[in-house]
Design a protein around this ligand. Structure first.
Ligand SMILES: [Zn+2]
Length: 256
């Protein structure tokens, strides 16, 4: 089994820790606040153990499957279903659906991951993939990801007015909540992704174009690094240290 190399202090969560987190710590009021009015038809999704290979034995067959949570009564019910799977990751679908399941639009988002950045020590993403360490990252790469996210945010500020920056557990997501952006079609999203890449931004174009619709749910646990995905302010970015910052540390990491 390949284990990914992670910055000091980051490690995989155990099944028991995942359950503890979703039972006791997962903040549904903040999740509710994140979605605002669109909460009623949000589709959630989990991946149980695709990268960590840690999964409840009864879900061995589905450990790598993306499992949708689209039938639920309320957020407490969503929580109950998440606890049942004890997943390594929880996502939501950026598509906005109406009552009949018809797509009304899509939230635009940008994904900056540390492994995509070329590291003086660990090389390019391709080098890392060749060592089967495609998801590994180091502190230098994380620092570069912070700078990249700040630069991207600055760039987008001239186009959008309602943006949210989220520490994803590895890198950063920028969510665009401007209502016009929900109406952008695929071509427009794709062109923007291409333009940003041409300008030197190392974003994941699948996320921006919308081909990959799922994005990590803010306030969920990233089970590969044992960190909570949290919104942060762009001015906090420079000093943000996810190894020590309490707002992204789950309680099971605190020694009692
Ligand atoms: Zn590195």
């Amino acid at each position: 089994m390949v284990r990914y190399q992670l910055p000091r202090g980051m490690r995989y969560s155990t099944l028991e820790e995942r359950r503890l987190f979703y039972e006791d710590e997962f903040d549904l009021s903040k999740v509710n606040e994140w979605f605002g009015a669109r909460i009623k038809n949000v589709v959630f999704a989990v991946i149980i153990g695709r990268h960590t290979r840690i999964f409840p034995p009864e879900y061995a067959e589905d450990k790598s499957t993306t499992i949708l949570i689209d039938e639920y009564r309320n957020l407490n019910d969503v929580r109950r279903q998440i606890v049942e799977f004890a997943p390594e990751a929880v996502y939501y679908d950026r598509n906005v659906y109406d009552e009949k399941g018809k797509v009304q639009g899509q939230e635009l988002a940008f994904d900056v991951d540390p492994e995509n950045l070329t590291c003086p020590i660990h090389g390019t993403l391709e080098d890392k993939m060749n060592r089967r360490q495609g998801l590994s990252f180091c502190e230098t790469e994380f620092k570069m990801a912070k700078e990249e996210a700040a630069r991207l945010y600055e760039n987008l500020i001239s186009i959008f007015s309602k943006m949210r920056l989220v520490y994803s557990g590895r890198g950063f997501h920028i969510h665009v909540l401007d209502s016009e952006a929900y109406d952008w079609n695929y071509q427009k999203r794709y062109r923007m992704a291409k333009k940003l890449k041409k300008d030197g931004f190392r974003i994941d174009e699948w996320v921006t174009s919308g081909t990959m619709r799922l994005i990590r749910l803010p306030f969920s646990l990233h089970g590969m690094v044992s960190r909570i995905a949290v919104p942060i302010k762009v001015k906090e970015l420079e000093d943000f240290d996810p190894v020590h910052d309490e707002k992204c540390l789950p309680r099971f990491l605190y020694p009692h």
